[in-house]
Design a protein around this ligand. Structure first.
Ligand code: OAD
Length: 232
């Protein structure tokens, strides 16, 4: 079981050019969350929802991992089997930076799923409402992302890892979306040392024992160096 559990959010990918949600100019200032990130919105206007995720998929394909993603991959390589990244991000920048032990709790932009038969496959660059599922043929395909009102993926595995963690870090997340917003308190109650790395104070800063405020591309590599020095 991993000893270091790292929760990441949109802030870690901000410097790769992928927008956050709740900052000034964030995605939820430009798009209505109910329209593009709920099952009801998808039923109402699937073309609009596909357009939203098609654009995000293109941005993601054109983005590169930054120094923060790379530092987490370096941490995992230096401490094999001890590091788990739990990300709320649907981009694939952790994996492209070299992290292997990654749980994408809100799903993956680069995957498609059929909500009739639950088959999943690599998403094409553009998805459309009429696309047939490659397994069952029905036109019920959607991006394999978790929308508001749906249950995030792998919650049991994450809860167990959070309970067992010695060190818990949250990077680039505002702490406003549950269940991820509750992980720091759960880890702390179970005895983990909790560290927040974020551009600024978040709404849940008080849950953490230590804080490193600044852009992820600076504070994450510094923190990784510190963890590796500490662990000899
Ligand atoms: P938010 O947009 O809510 O928060 C991003 C956080 O990153 C904020 O606290 C920023 O201060 C911080 N930040 C911005 N730039 C940064 C940088 N360069 N370095 C470090 N921190 C930076 O994004 P999330 O917390 O990830 O869910 O949002 C959680 C979930 O809400 C998302 O997964 C998504 C969204 O609605 C779904 O769509 C289901």
């Amino acid at each position: 079981m991993a000893r270091i559990v790292i929760l990441t959010g949109a802030g870690i990918s901000a410097e790769s050019g992928l927008g956050t949600f709740r900052d000034k100019d964030g995605l939820w200032t430009k798009f209505n969350l109910e329209d593009v990130a709920t099952p009801k919105g998808f039923r109402r206007n699937p073309a609009l929802v596909h357009d939203f995720y098609n654009a995000r998929r293109t941005n993601c394909a054109n983005a590169q991992p930054n120094a923060a993603h790379k530092a987490l991959a370096r941490l995992e390589a230096a401490l094999p089997g001890q590091v788990l990244v739990v990300t709320q991000n649907v981009d694939d920048l952790h994996q492209r930076a070299g992290s292997e032990n990654v749980i994408q709790m809100h799903g993956a932009l680069m995957r498609a799923t059929c909500h009739a038969c639950r088959h999943t496959w690599p998403a094409p660059a553009e998805m459309h409402p009429s696309d047939p599922c490659p397994a069952c043929g029905r036109p019920h395909t959607r991006p394999d992302v978790v929308w508001f009102g749906e249950i995030p993926y792998h919650m049991e595995m994450i809860a167990e890892a959070v309970q067992q963690a010695e060190l818990f870090a949250a990077i680039g997340t505002s702490g406003q979306v549950w269940p991820a917003a509750g992980f720091a308190a759960a880890a702390r109650n179970a005895g983990a040392h909790c560290v927040e790395l974020n551009l600024e104070q978040s709404e849940i800063s008080h849950e953490f024992d230590a804080h490193h405020h600044g852009p992820a591309s600076h504070v994450v590599p510094e923190w990784v160096d510190h963890v590796l020095t500490d662990r000899g």
